[in-house]
Design a protein around this ligand. Structure first.
Ligand code: TXA
Ligand code: MG
Length: 329
């Protein structure tokens, strides 16, 4: 199969609609990362998304809809705070989990009675979702466990020859996946941290919890149980610039090509070494993280991550992705 990368146009949207109606898969831009989408009502289309990614069968997918889609067709119960959150943050990088009416394919939620719904804000995503006018079940468009894609080329690297079409909307401005928020209880609870932070949600909803998986417990959001975002090269992690310098010099002495992935302050301390700098703010670090992980795996024999100390706001999401990329317990 030839994989085409096409920007949004009447013609490419017509093609995307044709592929989706026939039970096929289309990769598309969103403001967070690229998605790998199929008709959420179609069992075999949804199954093929799992097969393409090599995704574990117990890790549910998010249903993506356009801003005008009638959510009452999909959800059974809509707590009052959920309407306020939609008003404040959607379209945008917030996925909300609701009790499901059970209309979409049972493979989307992997047997759970809930459904995760996302209304992405990127114009490319909205154009695609409006054109198909269906809920589109879509995980991030990377092979399972690999680094999430933030450019059409990243998607191409993972799925060339396996999918017919990538709808190119440029580089994703957000850079890490949406915040996943459980809206089935009295108080909303964050299942995956992202660009919409706990403080932002609490301000609108009155309160907001953060789910922490206890060891031995079945996770509420199954995706959180897996190693993820892994670069395909040797990796090491540490907490200080000094430690990173030592590991770097050891790798160099062995004849390897080390690279260090760290924030701006740390990069300045490591002046002279080969550093991939994530930047200064949480937003900047989120935007660059996956591109630099993908660049690191191409250039380095050993990619050394310096794990930031900051845990608040958007950094909570960045930290979560970095820990999982580098296998930090
Ligand atoms: O930004 C994003 O959310 C991107 C773009 C493409 O929209 N999508 C994405 O999908 O990151 P994925 O499949 O890589 O991650 C979906 C996460 C997983 O952690 C999964 O376990 C959780 O959402 N999830 C999906 N449905 C759920 C449900 N019904 N209850 C709890 N967690 C759910
Ligand atoms: Mg993913």
């Amino acid at each position: 199969m030839k994989t085409e990368i096409r920007t949004i146009s009447e013609e490419s949207l017509r093609e995307a609609k044709k592929i989706i109606s026939a039970g096929g898969v289309v990769a598309f831009h969103t403001e967070t990362v690229y998605g790998l989408g199929a008709n959420a009502f179609d069992d075999s289309a949804v199954e093929s998304v799992f097969a393409l990614k090599g995704r574990p069968a117990d890790n549910p997918l998010i249903a993506h809809v356009h801003a005008g889609y009638d959510l009452s067709r999909l959800i059974d119960f809509d707590p009052p705070y959920a309407a306020r959150l939609r008003e404040a943050f959607l379209p945008g990088p917030l996925t909300m989990v609701y009790p499901s009416v059970g209309k979409v394919s049972r493979y989307v939620s992997c047997g759970l009675t809930t459904l995760a719904i996302r209304i992405p804000s990127s114009p490319a995503a909205q154009a695609f979702l409006r054109a198909v006018d269906l809920p589109i079940a879509a995980p991030s468009a990377n092979v399972s466990k690999h680094v999430s894609p933030v450019t059409a080329e990243h998607v191409y690297d993972d799925f060339n020859g396996k999918i017919p079409l990538i709808l190119d909307g440029g580089e994703c401005a957000g850079g890490i996946e949406s915040t996943v928020l459980d809206c089935t209880g009295e108080v909303p609870q964050i299942l995956r941290e992202g660009l919409v932070t706990r403080a932002m949600i609490a301000e609108v909803a009155g309160d907001c919890g953060v789910y922490r998986m206890k060891s031995g417990e079945k996770p509420k959001s199954p995706g959180m149980a897996y190693r993820h975002y892994s670069p395909r090269c040797g990796t090491a992690y540490c907490y200080t610039a000094e430690e990173a310098r030592r590991v770097y010099l050891e790798e160099e002495a062995r004849g390897g090509r080390p690279r260090i992935l760290c924030d701006g302050a740390c990069a300045r301390e490591l002046n002279g070494l080969n550093v991939l700098c994530l930047g200064e703010t949480g937003e900047e670090m989120a935007r660059r993280l996956y591109s630099l992980l993908r660049r690191g795996e191409k250039e380095a024999t050993l990619l050394i991550g310096v794990i930031p100390r900051e845990t608040e706001g958007v950094m909570a999401g960045v930290l979560n992705r970095m820990k999982r990329a580098f296998g930090v317990e």
